[in-house]
Design a protein around this ligand. Sequence first.
Ligand code: COA
Length: 500
Amino acid sequence: MPGSVPASGEATWPKDVGIIALEVYIPAQYVDQTELEQYDGVAAGKYTIGLGQARMGFCSDREDINSLCLTAVQRLMERNSLSYDTIGRLEVGTETIIDKSKSVKTVLMQLFEESGNTDVEGIDTTNACYGGTAALFNAVNWVESSSWDGRYALVVAGDIAVYATGSARPTGGAGAVAMLIGPNAPLAFDRGLRGTHMQHAYDFYKPDMVSEYPVVDGKLSIQCYLSALDRCYSVYRSKIQAQWQKEGIDKRFSLEDFGFMVFHSPYCKLVQKSLARLVLNDFLSDPNPNTESGKFSGLEAFREVKPEETYFDRDVEKAFMKASTETFVEKTKASLLLSNQNGNMYTPSVYGCLASVIAVHTPQELAGKRIGVFSYGSGFAATLYSLRVTQDATPGSALDNLVASLSDLLVRLDSRRKVSPDVFAANMKLREETHHLANYIPQGSVDDLFPGTWYLTHVDDKHRRQYARRAPWIGQFDHGDRAHPQSGKEDAVTITNGEH
Ligand SMILES: CC(C)(COP(=O)(O)OP(=O)(O)OC[C@H]1O[C@@H](n2cnc3c(N)ncnc32)[C@H](O)[C@@H]1OP(=O)(O)O)[C@@H](O)C(=O)NCCC(=O)NCCS
């Protein structure tokens, strides 16, 4: 092919490029989904069992996309004792747009000012929930390219996922995930193993520039998600089998080759159905499945089904949900901790699932595993790729540090403040009415924010935003330490995203 680079170029690439550190930020308040069912007047169980959601985190008018990303990035830098001049690229993935020109990335550059480092490539990337993955690919590609200058890349995915009142509202959430990218990573990208599918559809989009809410065709979005999953899985399978063949391995790929499988999670039930969908894919692609015993037992009747006719086929769904029950528990259930407790965060959702897997396993349980990652963003763009967990799980290893840094996730989830559905609804209304205003001072409480959280203090008459940060809790930045919601009374620093 003209212009193609011979595979020997690979020899000069740095080794094991991937995720070295990972930081999750979640808002300090949530609404309970059982209480929301009652408040919305829907049947008991619709949100909790039907969608699989327990709690939904949300932001008051004190937080916006800039503050979420400031908090996640600074927390990652501090907890890993990194100085800002070690970063050569910073990428942002978000679909929470508050400025049609100025990027979130440029706002984050304020964190770099003291270090004097302005030589930082990267900018924002947007396509619904896929922006974080596109940003991550940019960072990994940079480290593996001739442009790389030997420094780390940083990726932050953040969003405030809010819907108008109605059936989509319980599938909201908010948060940010920051990731440190470089060589010798405990979670290394499998090279050449990305199955991508992109297509045009109006399943979820945000055409109204003054509204935070999307226009959603819920059923179409599920169909697009599942069809993208089928296509990405099939491309991934072809690529990994081709790699194996080159290495002289004659083997058919299946879900069994993933130690864990994480998905973009709009709501947990869809993820469970998606795992079942992959078992359906394995079954249909197997030239000679054993339907007498084992995981495909009793599935003979589905041998001739066409995947594109089964997105809403109850019989297929039920049979493969049953067939995949154990696989779900083994490979995917643990990834849904954050999604179940905090809701959909849009771009960080799939990385919240990755963080959950790491948070609830020991380094020894993770070591050597291959993790499948499916990222989906409406519109639509999707990729299924894989990460290889390092074999080194010894105390003090990079993997041990990564696991320790996420060990406080459950405690942080439990230390949030529960508010009633009417307080949640009032906050949504306040955001609706004020999120785009100039000359605005937010009304939300600052004391309720977690220590170390950046928050909006003022939007001036030219829409320039100013921020301050709650003082971090003393000791918060040690690995494994627990954030304490009641500490950090003083505002530590103030910055603006306009002129200084
Ligand atoms: C997902 C979405 C379409 C669901 O809204 P909806 O149409 O009102 O919900 P449904 O009537 O389908 O109910 C949801 C589920 O709860 C189940 N359910 C309803 N009442 C129930 C009850 N009392 N107890 C238990 N389950 C119940 C339904 O059977 C359904 O399950 P199923 O999907 O297995 O059929 C909506 O929340 C949405 O648009 N979300 C945003 C878009 C999105 O997240 N898309 C995903 C792909 S990106």
